[in-house]
Design a protein around this ligand. Structure first.
Ligand code: SF4
Ligand code: MG
Length: 346
């Protein structure tokens, strides 16, 4: 069966501020390759986790595939149709929703909870006034709030409650697919579990498909069926969650799994934002394999050639963009890249 979402070679470049004196000199504005040729699918009913250090392009991937940001290139097929070539996105906007990281800044402080949840119904012109009111009450209750709270403003709710309002709003149009962009990162650890459980219950009840973006590996491991790992605008590994965590095929994934646990939540596992070493700038990414400036296994071939996603141990569902996955690659006969060769690229 076709996946619900298929992303093909998605690109999103930002341009630095256009400088006219540079233009006079014939210089093109510098681009930041936030997302640089990303391909993956999200299968119906699953949760695909998207993980990586901050700035790796994971949020931009989510926002661009929803067409909330204009893509630089590539295609996104939603239920078989190319979203970027569709002139009427009304149906797509109903079926594909987003829950943002920060419920404090993503909700309009001047609107009541009820108005926030009702707004998508108003915009899409669904139901009579009475029906909308009833639907809002039903949604509030479904996410663990009470219908009596609809007249309160965001500042009157806790962080977890605000995220529940964001989730109720995302559910209002009965979507099939939700991009959850760090939905629990801004919340206390005790509240995180409640929100994750709510998202899991809703997924089961409504048959939802999630793209779940996060930097906290324990959260990703808990909620995902499959996981994609991003580094500097590219997906370097993708596979079933247990494979990624127990049998990683890419040195970057290995490094993430070895990164130090967060000090504040020692039992909460590992946070990829604590990985050692500097991430090179996406303005000028390293040649060849983009991880070669930080990779302990780097050889000269890695600085020259860009690896594809190779099967890990013959598993076509588990791929890693590393030459070490290919037995007869010239990588193996190539000399190791010394410290200078690695740092020279940054
Ligand atoms: Fe490391 Fe080379 Fe594999 Fe890249 S291709 S991850 S530099 S070993
Ligand atoms: Mg982000």
């Amino acid at each position: 069966t076709d996946p619900l979402v298929r992303v093909e070679d998605l690109q999103k470049y930002y341009y630095e501020q256009d400088n006219l004196t540079d233009r006079l000199l014939g210089k093109e504005p510098e681009s930041v390759q936030a997302v640089d040729g990303v391909s993956f699918e999200v299968r119906e009913g699953e949760t695909l986790g998207l993980v990586g250090e901050s700035g790796c392009g994971k949020s931009t991937t989510g926002e661009t595939l929803l067409n909330l940001r204009e893509p630089t290139g590539g295609a996104v097929y939603f239920d078989g149709e190319n979203v970027f070539e569709n002139d009427d996105l009304t149906e797509f906007r109903e079926r594909a929703q987003v829950v943002f990281q920060d419920p404090f800044s993503s909700l309009d402080p001047r609107m009541t909870a009820g108005e926030i949840v009702r707004e998508p119904l108003d915009v899409h012109g669904l139901g009579t006034k009475a029906e909308r009111r009833e639907r809002v009450a039903e949604l509030m209750e479904r996410v663990g709030l009470s219908a009596g709270q609809t007249d309160r403003y965001p500042h009157e709710f806790s962080g977890g409650q605000r995220q529940r309002i964001g989730i109720a709003r995302a559910l209002a149009l009965e979507p099939d697919f939700i991009v959850c962009d760090e939905p629990v990162s801004a919340l206390d650890v005790s509240v995180q579990a409640q929100i994750l459980n709510l998202l899991e219950d809703l997924q089961e009840e409504f048959g939802l498909t999630y793209l779940f973006i996060a930097h906290d590996l324990s959260v990703v491991r808990h909620i995902s069926d499959r996981v994609a790992v991003m580094y500097l605008g590219e997906i370097v590994e993708i596979g079933p969650v247990d494979e990624i965590f127990e049998n990683p095929g890419h040195p970057y994934t290995e490094a993430l799994l070895e990164s130090v646990p967060r000090a504040d939540t020692s039992e909460q596992g590992r946070d990829v934002e604590t990985l050692a070493g500097d991430v090179p700038s996406p303005r000028n990414p390293p040649s060849g394999c983009r991880f070669h400036t930080r990779c302990p296994y780097a050889r000269e071939a890695c600085a020259r050639e860009d690896p594809d996603g190779y099967e890990v141990e013959g598993d076509e569902d588990h791929r890693a963009a590393c030459f070490r996955r290919v037995d007869d690659h010239e990588y193996w006969s190539s000399p190791p890249l010394d410290e200078d060769g690695r740092t020279a690229e940054t």
